[in-house]
Design a protein around this ligand. Structure first.
Ligand SMILES: *Cc1c(COP(=O)(O)O)cnc(C)c1O
Length: 409
């Protein structure tokens, strides 16, 4: 299959429809990352059109410059960055983007470079010490939007973010008051934890916000509901995102904030989970265990360490008609921890030499890969078939042949 390279270095296949199975037929020796720009575009448009406020992309979920460009082209103009390296990356890739530095613990040098070199004006904080750092590093700037991060419950989420950051209820009043004095615009932000499985997570957090505003009696200009919007995985099918948006909108409308107050969100996972998947080769089979060429140190960190189940499909033509059974995976490194329990449902006749696509790795998957033990993946190919699952299209049947016709690029 003929291909050329995009401005950003991706291999682009010339043919109109390129599917995961076409990549497997090339028999790649290393894992291959498949990217689906149309899926990221669709997710971005969904947030831009339906979220009742501003959606900024949380870059840590997947910092690929190609993805940043796709999101920008689809209407995402604001980016939540957490480190000076992310600030530089987005500033370099998208010079007109607005950057918001939303890590509540920053190096003073990072704050100064972000403010003076890259024009960053939005910063989050959760202590008085961090507020003092921001004021010092920006030399008392008077054009700051300061977002006070509140600690909220992670009860509805698969990955907690409740212990590390955020002002506790008894600390919020003094902090909001002090930040109000230093800020041009004052915001309140929180993070309900990643993969929040119920809209209630946001409803409950907004009640914490209300209590904090009432107690501090300050004027608030920005409410930022953070990330946590779910994607869909085997055994983790969330309610429709519209329900989250409705809950958030209703709660926002009833908060005691200035009438011109803005509503922001920082989706990471929901914008990019469907963007990437990975084609791996089965190197060996031992009963119900498959030894594959990517793993815990590759794109499958979450599968190994927190038992996350990703969708899988055998890429074989003609398709196997054996019935699906549960498999676990071993990754390629020499260590027992490189194990993904699954179960991953694959045809019973799978064997060494077969290729498997592991789906929904666009968020916190392909971004977390290392080259430990000499294993890794460099090749990335754009494909045009549908992701293995989607929050944004009704995939009416599991028939892949019809699925690949659904997309509109
Ligand atoms: C990680 C993170 C996000 C993105 O979270 P998702 O669960 O991927 O949506 C947003 N905001 C902050 C501050 C984060 O740390």
């Amino acid at each position: 299959m003929a291909e050329h390279h995009s401005a950003l270095g991706l291999a682009i296949a010339h043919s109109d429809a390129v599917r995961g199975v076409d990549i497997a037929q090339r028999a790649p020796v290393q894992p291959v990352t498949l990217v689906r720009p149309h899926a990221a575009r669709r997710a971005a448009r969904f947030f831009v059109e339906k979220f009742p406020g501003r959606s900024m992309y949380a870059v840590k979920a997947n910092p690929s410059p190609d993805l940043l460009q796709i999101l920008w082209d689809s209407g995402i103009t604001h980016f939540d960055v957490a480190s000076i390296a992310e600030v530089r990356l987005v500033a370099r890739t998208l010079p007109d983007a607005t950057l918001c530095f939303m890590h509540p613990v920053k190096a003073e040098e990072a704050i100064a470079e972000a403010y003076f070199t890259h024009g960053v004006r939005v910063f989050s904080l959760d202590t008085i010490e961090e507020l003092e750092k921001i004021v010092r590093a920006t030399r008392g700037a008077e054009d700051l939007t300061l977002c006070v991060r509140l600690r909220v419950s992670s009860d509805h989420s698969k990955l907690s973010l409740a212990s590390k950051f955020g002002a506790a209820p008894h600390e919020a009043k003094d902090l909001l008051f002090a930040a109000r004095q230093a800020a041009d615009a004052l915001g309140i932000c929180f993070h309900v934890g990643s993969q929040a499985m119920s809209p209630e997570a946001y409803g409950n957090a907004m009640e914490r916000v209300r209590a904090a505003i009432v107690e501090a009696a300050v004027t608030v200009d920005v409410i930022d509901v953070g990330g946590g919007f779910p994607s869909t995985y085997p055994g983790m099918e969330p309610p429709p995102l519209e329900r989250y948006f409705e809950t958030i909108h209703r709660a926002f409308e009833s908060l005691p904030v200035s009438y011109s107050a803005e509503l922001w969100a920082e989706p990471g996972r929901a914008l990019c989970a469907e963007y990437s998947s990975l084609v791996v080769r089965v190197e060996k089979r031992r009963g119900a265990e498959l030894y594959i060429n990517d793993g815990a140190y590759g794109a499958l960190f979450d599968a190994a360490h927190i038992g996350w189940r990703f969708p899988v499909q055998l890429l074989r033509e003609p398709e196997s008609d054996a019935k699906d059974v549960g498999f676990s995976f071993y990754g390629p490194t020499c260590d027992d921890m490189d194990h993904m329990a699954g179960p991953f449902e694959l045809p019973a006749d799978i064997r060494a030499g077969d290729y498997v696509e592991i789906g929904m790795l666009g968020a916190y998957g392909c971004a977390m890969r290392t080259a430990f033990n000499g294993f890794g993946s460099e090749e990335t190919v754009i494909v045009t078939d549908e992701p293995m699952d989607s929050l944004y299209v009704a995939l009416e049947t599991a028939d892949r042949a019809t699925r690949s016709n659904v997309i509109k690029l």
